[in-house]
Ligand binder design. Structure first.
Ligand SMILES: Cc1cc2nc3c(=O)[nH]c(=O)nc-3n(C[C@H](O)[C@H](O)[C@H](O)COP(=O)(O)O)c2cc1C
Length: 370
C-alpha cells in the first residue's frame, strides 16, 4: 500500500497509528506502518526520554513520529495554579458529589494524579519537543491547530515533516498557509477531539482544499475496506487511533476498561466536553451523562475542565469504578471485539485492503492481482 507519502517516509504501508503507548508505536512501525507516539501525558521530560529510548531500541530502525498538543491560542505566563483559581466552587462540589455517589475512593496521601492537563500547555509541549528533536523522529504532529512558526522551522531544519489535525476544510487551509506538510483530516467518528463533519464528506473536501499537500484520512478506520475507501477519497494514507487501544501491547492499566471497550458497540460513544472542555469522542458512561445532563452545572472551557476533572478521572481509573470508567475512543470501537497483537490488527488491515481492491477491480471489469 504505497503512496507518494509512504515512499517519502520510507514505510511499506501508508498506515499511520497514533497511540499513547511506546510499545504500540514501535510495533506499528515494525509491522511496516508508521507509529506515532502521543506525548501529551509526558509532563516530565525524563519520562519521554525513557520511552523514546525504548522505541529506538525496539523499532528496528523503522521510522516513527511524535504527536504533541499545542493549542492554537497561546496563553502567555499562565501557570496551572492560575488556571486552578478560575474554577468555580460549585463545579468542584459537583465533582466531589458525583464521586461520593459512586463511592469512588480517594487517591493515597501524596499520590499524584496520573492524568494531567499540563501537557496541553505550550511551555510543556516545548519541553517535549526539546527532548524529541534529539531523536531521529521523522514526523511531528499537532492536535489543536498548526504548531507555531518557529516549531515548524525547527522541524524542517531537522528534516522532520509536520502534520496537523483538521476537522474542516477551513481549518485545513489554515494549516497549509502556516506551512505544514501533511493534513490529517479527522472526521466526526474519531476518538478524541473531533469536529462535526463525517469522514466521508470531510476527506475529499480537505484533499481539494489543500491540494497538492498530502492528506491522511482519520476517523472510523478499523478495516482494510475502510482504508481502501479513504484512499479512494483522495487520501495518501490513513491515520488510526482507536483500534490500537485493545491490542495486547497497549497498556491501559485496567482490565475493566479493556472489557468495556471490547463489549461496546458503535453507538456507545459520545462527543462530550466532559474530559477536556472541548468536544472529544469517548465511551459514553454515567460520568459523561452527569456532565451532559442539563440539570448539572455543565462543563467549563478548556483548560479549566481538564484541570477540574484530572484527579477524579485518575481515581475512577485507579479503582476501576465501572459505571464511570471511560476513555477517548471512536465509533470504530464496535469493531474492536477481541484483544489481539498489533501485528494481527495490521495484517487484518492490509489483507482487507487487498480484498477491497480486488473487489473494486472486479466491479470495474479489471482482472489480475491488485
Ligand atoms: C485514546 C485516544 C487519545 C487521543 N489523543 C490524541 C492526542 O493526544 N493528540 C492527537 O493528535 N490525537 C489524539 N487522538 C486522536 C487520534 O490522533 C486520531 O486522530 C483518532 O484516533 C482517529 O480516529 P479513530 O479513533 O476512529 O481511529 C486520540 C485518540 C484516542 C482514541
Amino acid at each position: 500500500m504505497q503512496t507518494e507519502l509512504s515512499k517519502q517516509l520510507g514505510v511499506e504501508h501508508a498506515l499511520f497509528g497514533f497511540t499513547p503507548f511506546p510499545a504500540v508505536a514501535a510495533a506499528i512501525s515494525r509491522a511496516g506502518g508508521f507509529g506515532v507516539l502521543g506525548a501529551v501525558r509526558y509532563t516530565d521530560p525524563d519520562d519521554l526520554k525513557r520511552d523514546l529510548d525504548w522505541i529506538e531500541a525496539h523499532a528496528e530502525g523503522r521510522p516513527y513520529g511524535l504527536d504533541v498538543v499545542m493549542p492554537a491560542k497561546k496563553v502567555e505566563g499562565v501557570t496551572e495554579a492560575d488556571v486552578e483559581a478560575m474554577i468555580p466552587e460549585g463545579h468542584r462540589r459537583f465533582v466531589e458529589d458525583t464521586l461520593a455517589k459512586y463511592g469512588v475512593p480517594e487517591l493515597a496521601e501524596g499520590e499524584a494524579s496520573g492524568w494531567r492537563i499540563t501537557g496541553w500547555m505550550e511551555q510543556v509541549a516545548r519541553t517535549q519537543l526539546d527532548v524529541a528533536f534529539d531523536y531521529p523522529i521523522r514526523l511531528l504532529a499537532n492536535a489543536l491547530g498548526s504548531p507555531p512558526a518557529d516549531v515548524i522551522r525547527r522541524a524542517h531544519d531537522r528534516g522532520v515533516l509536520v502534520a496537523a489535525l483538521a476537522g474542516s476544510a477551513r481549518h485545513a487551509r489554515k494549516h497549509k498557509d502556516a506551512g505544514i506538510d501533511i493534513v490529517v483530516a479527522q472526521g466526526y467518528e474519531a476518538g478524541g477531539h473531533t469536529g462535526e463533519i463525517a469522514s466521508m464528506v470531510l476527506t475529499p473536501e480537505v484533499v481539494e482544499a489543500v491540494d497538492p499537500l498530502p492528506v491522511l484520512a482519520a476517523g472510523g478506520i478499523g478495516s482494510g475496506q475502510q482504508v481502501a475507501a479513504a484512499l479512494a477519497l483522495g487520501a495518501q494514507g490513513v491515520w488510526t487511533g482507536s483500534i490500537w487501544l485493545t491490542t495486547t501491547e497497549a497498556d491501559l492499566h485496567s482490565p475493566a476498561l479493556t472489557r468495556k471497550l471490547l463489549a461496546a458497540g458503535s453507538g456507545d460513544t459520545v462527543r462530550s466536553r466532559a474530559l477536556t472542555g472541548k468536544p472529544a469522542r469517548q465511551l459514553r458512561t454515567e460520568w459523561t451523562d452527569a456532565w451532559d445532563d442539563p440539570a448539572g452545572p455543565g462543563t467549563l472551557p478548556m483548560p479549566l475542565q481538564g484541570l477540574l476533572v484530572a484527579e477524579a478521572v485518575s481515581r475512577i481509573q485507579k479503582y476501576e469504578v465501572e459505571p464511570l470508567l471511560g476513555t477517548p475512543v471512536g465509533q470504530i470501537v464496535g469493531r474492536m471485539t477481541s484483544e489481539s497483537s498489533v501485528q494481527a490488527v495490521f495484517d487484518d488491515l492490509t489483507r482487507g485492503f487487498e480484498r477491497a481492491v480486488d473487489r473494486i477491480n472486479r466491479i470495474a471489469g479489471r482482472s489480475g492481482p491488485s
